[in-house]
Design a protein. Structure first.
Lengths: 380, 563
């Protein structure tokens, strides 16, 4: 038997070896192959920056249930919120809708906390939670308004989904659902047809580049059955006819803390860091039937890219595309003196650092020259 | 017997009259009270606009200076030529490009201007002579032997809308008119394409409408980098000082904005409104630990870690809560004393001259080292440092141009493009931007209005108020005017109309009243109406059937009586 080492099909040398020589030879060959492959991967990283086609990330996280015994739905949403923030999406790009306040609920034995693990290991409420829609503001109407952008003009920036055609959006819904609907606030429902139509309107206005839809409710797969817009990927915690079950009760708090699917999803996401290269195929394997009791489902036929090439951080994190600035402009003229004081308002923000009150931000808002507001905003 | 007959007749009359009332009065009343108010929309015109046929016209003036023309060619001048080119982008979109070129000879003042020692000075004096309106191009042709342009440079593009083109050798050009045109026309077209628009630029502007697969990584990067057309932008300049104990920083941002940034923004005023903020953030660290490089005696950030710098900082940056305009952030980071100096390295591990990087559709960050402004251990902390705003604004201005889409692809070989300098923007760069923005606005407005019409058509029970109908009508009017102005070559008016069109279409599409909330499947509709109408209709129908069967029986009796 002749063994040849080839480089791209050209035989470099051939031997007629003994058995241990074969083993050594195979080892060397594998080592060389891995080395070359790793090299290629490394140099491709630069090119990979532009593989996904998105420049910013948004997340819309909705908990639709109210009442104390639905603690687990709020904990679900807050765990996804926490992961998404940890992986880099800032609050200004997250729309968090919580239908009820569990942290400050009268029945919460540990106020200002929402736990997701037994024995109170992980407080997902934390110090830094920004809830955009709270309590009775979480309605089907507001949810659809956020998605389609049809908000009244007085809505502040933090309550809007200001995505553009290069935004990847993560939408996470949890609560009580049924075959073809999701219940909001125990009084109204959103149907899968309405959701599909809302996504189509988002597509018409190019309000997303790619959209990942995750739903953790009973019969969740029915909610993505009716999607028909391109570039949508959907995951659900259970199929039609199955119930999604909760994970574990906590005897001290007295309610179930999380749902199974989101519990294992959170465990999976805790291993992801901003530069990890885990892809979507691993996400589809989260919570198999043995752990979840229900069968999670997913839908990728509307998605244009191969899910194996889509990184988790494309949706859950916010990895920026960065380019080095090669050119600068040569400014030779000296600065002109200002003809008159430009009008401005000054805000100073203070923070407590190391027990000292220190100014941490001084913000000055300029009034553009054409708007003469000098009577209204004198400069201090 | 007679009373039974009368009773029967009365019964029949009652049933018939009830049926008549129900049909003639009840059904129309029910229809009117349950219909949704839908104001009239100009659907035909919208469908016409859906098939976008754009014609872009450029006025080109070609001026021959002395020594460029043969006597035979001189006789034909002045003359006008029109070139048209049609490109079909997809089934719904066709583009036609029309170049109207006027050829003439230079007058005395222009000849004097072309005798200046350098091209830049010639450009300055030429500008005062011709009043080139927005969107037009003037090309001055100089003989091959002229020394105005340096060696190896065939075309010079100045700050305004003029270009200087060096003619080929008289041998290669030829003697007669046709040969002259054969030599000049492709070169003039190339110049015009650089200075106004090329087919790739226009198709990139149509990306909303036509999802073409990007030709290359560069074109994808270009399309991802610049912001989409928007009525306004917010620019925020931030100074990050992680170490206030060591550095007391002083930057004259107001003066710098007024001197360097404001001229550019004033020039861009026809395109959008800009509002500027500035802020200083203390104790704001970069999210990445820089590595110490002993060979350079400095700390370095390599290109791969730059992507993770922005996110921790972005959480601390504020923005104007009242507007929904896109925000451009420009950050100036002064490294703390323990990590100074800090250099950015590119993918080839070489230090970057500008020490700055930018992120598409977000903004830019520049690292400003101050360690050489004070000695170590000698001066008492904190040190007062005055930041050199010229250097900083040079970088920020370049990044701002990139973000706004001003920077175009590199010039073809043999072209010399004058750098824009203090003005920030050359006139022809502004024209380029205006062409692509106008096309983008027209394409986006037509797509919006078409999809709105489709949506309202599909969902029968959305209420269409009068204000929406008026917005839609004004969009249609503005779009038709914009397309007409593009055909005529009036770029300024076309941009204005396209802006009005897009504002009106966005207002119509995103009107809060257009929310289709209730989806009624058909079986639910039946479930609501049947309990109301069935109990009422059953007796009427039965009596009508009874009347009809009795009438048929009587006719049979009459027939049998006759026989």
């Amino acid at each position: 038997m002749l063994l040849c080492l080839t480089d791209g099909g050209i035989a470099l040398f051939c031997v007629n070896p003994t058995s241990w020589q074969i083993i050594v030879f195979i080892y060397i060959y594998i080592y060389i192959y891995i080395y070359i492959y790793m090299g290629n991967v490394h140099s491709d990283k630069a090119g990979q920056f532009f593989n996904s086609g998105h420049t910013n990330n948004w997340a819309v996280l909705v908990c639709t249930s109210r009442f104390w015994f639905n603690y687990r739905h709020v904990a679900n949403t807050l765990s996804v919120y926490r992961s998404v923030k940890r992986l880099g999406i800032p609050d200004s790009r997250i729309v968090l809708m919580l239908a009820d306040d569990m942290a400050c609920n009268h029945r919460n034995p540990k106020p200002a906390t929402v736990f997701s693990h037994k024995n109170m290991e992980l407080n997902v409420y934390g110090d830094d939670v920004e809830v955009d829609y709270r309590g009775y503001e979480v309605t089907v109407e507001n949810f659809l308004r956020v998605l389609t952008g049809r908000l009244p003009a007085s809505t502040p920036r933090s309550k809007r989904l200001l995505s553009d055609d290069r935004s990847n959006i993560l939408i996470y819904l949890t609560g009580h659902g049924g075959n073809g609907f999701l219940k909001f606030q125990d009084s109204e429902e959103i149907s899968n047809v309405e959701l599909a139509d809302a996504f189509e309107q988002m597509w018409q206005k190019r309000r997303y580049n790619e959209l990942l839809f995750i739903i953790d409710t009973c019969q969740g797969a029915s909610m993505y059955e009716r999607f028909y817009s391109p570039n949508l990927m959907a995951l659900a915690s259970s199929q039609v006819g199955e119930d999604s079950l909760s994970h574990q009760p906590d005897l001290a708090i007295g309610v179930h803390l999380m749902d199974r699917y989101t519990f294992y999803l959170l465990e999976f996401l805790e291993d992801i860091h901003p530069s990890s290269t885990t892809n979507m195929n691993q996400l589809f394997k989260v919570c198999p039937k043995s752990q979840c009791v229900s069968t999670p489902g997913h839908r990728t036929d509307l998605f244009l890219r191969d899910p194996g090439r889509v990184l988790i951080t494309d949706f859950f994190g916010s990895v920026r595309k960065v380019e080095i600035t090669m050119e600068t402009i040569n400014l030779s003229s000296p600065m002109e003196p200002l003809p008159e004081r430009i009008n401005c308002t000054v805000h100073i923000l203070y923070m407590c650092i190391n027990k000292h009150i220190i100014p941490t931000a001084i913000i000055m808002y300029y009034v553009p020259r054409q708007k003469l507001l000098r009577d209204v905003f004198p400069c201090t | 017997m007679a009373t039974a007959e009368v009773e029967r007749k009365r019964g029949q009359l009652a049933a018939l009259s009830i049926a008549v009332v129900v049909v003639l009065v009840g059904v129309p009343l029910w229809w009117r009270t349950t219909e949704t108010y839908r104001a009239w929309l100009p659907v035909n015109q919208i469908n016409e606009l859906a098939e976008l046929q754009l014609q872009l016209s450029v006025d080109v003036e070609v001026v021959f200076s002395r020594g460029t023309l043969m006597p035979e060619q001189q006789k034909k001048v002045p003359f006008t030529r029109t070139q048209e080119e049609a490109q079909k982008v997809d089934d719904d979109t066709t583009l036609r490009y029309r170049y109207e070129s006027k050829y003439r000879t230079a007058n005395i003042m222009e000849e004097d201007a072309l005798k200046q020692p350098t091209a830049a000075e010639a450009d300055l004096s030429l500008h005062t002579l011709s009043a080139s309106p927005c969107g037009s191009v003037v090309v001055y042709v100089i003989p091959e032997t002229s020394v105005l342009l340096p060696q190896g440079v065939d075309v010079y593009i100045g700050h305004r809308r003029t270009a200087v083109l060096r003619m080929g050798a008289p041998m290669s050009v030829g003697k007669n008119h046709k040969q002259l045109l054969a030599h000049l026309e492709p070169r003039i077209t190339q110049v015009v394409q650089v200075m106004s628009f090329s087919h790739t630029d226009i198709t990139a502007a149509l990306s909303d409408r036509v999802r073409l697969s990007p030709g290359s990584k560069e074109s994808l990067a270009d399309s991802m980098r610049s912001f989409k057309s928007s009525p306004g932008y917010e620019i925020t300049f931030s100074l990050l000082n992680p170490d206030p104990k060591s550095h007391r920083l002083d930057w004259d941002i107001e003066g710098a904005v007024h001197s360097y940034i404001q001229p550019l923004l004033t020039k861009l005023a026809p395109l959008a409104n800009f509002s500027i903020d500035s802020q200083i953030l203390y104790y704001a660290m970069l999210g990445v630990n820089p590595r110490f490089d002993s060979s350079l005696e400095a700390y370095t950030l390599n290109a791969d870690s730059l992507a993770h710098v922005i996110n921790p900082v972005e959480a601390r940056l504020g923005s104007n809560a009242a507007s929904s305009n896109p925000v451009l952030n420009f950050l100036l980071y002064v490294p703390d004393a323990h990590h100074s100096p800090l250099y950015i390295h590119d993918h080839q591990k070489q230090p970057v001259a500008s020490n700055a990087f930018h992120s598409p559709r977000w903004g830019g960050i520049m690292v400003y080292n101050v360690n050489d402004l004070y000695g170590r251990g000698e001066t008492p902390l904190p040190v007062n440092i005055n930041i050199n705003m010229e250097k900083v604004m040079g970088v920020f201005l370049a990044q701002l141009r990139l973000m706004l889409g001003v920077q175009s692809s590199p010039a073809p070989p043999g072209f010399l493009v004058e750098p824009c300098g203090g003005a920030g923007l050359a006139d022809w760069e502004l024209d380029r931007l205006m062409w692509s923005r106008t096309v983008e606005n027209v394409a986006t407005a037509t797509t919006t209005i078409t999809s709105l019409a489709q949506l309202l058509d599909q969902i029968g029970n959305i209420v269409i108020n009068d204000n929406i109908a008026s917005q839609v009508s004004s969009t249609v009017t503005s779009l038709q005017l914009a397309v007409a102005e593009l055909e005529a070559g009036n770029l300024g008016f076309a941009l204005q109309y396209s802006k009005e069109a897009i504002l009106a279409s966005e207002r119509a599409f995103f009107d809060p009243s257009l929310l289709h909330l209730l989806y009624f499947p058909d079986d639910q509709k039946f479930a609501i109406y049947i309990p109301l109408f069935l109990p009422m209709c059953v007796p009427i129908l039965l009596s009508l059937i009874k009347i009809a069967s009795e009438a048929r029986q009587r006719r049979k009796l009459k027939q049998s009586k006759k026989d």
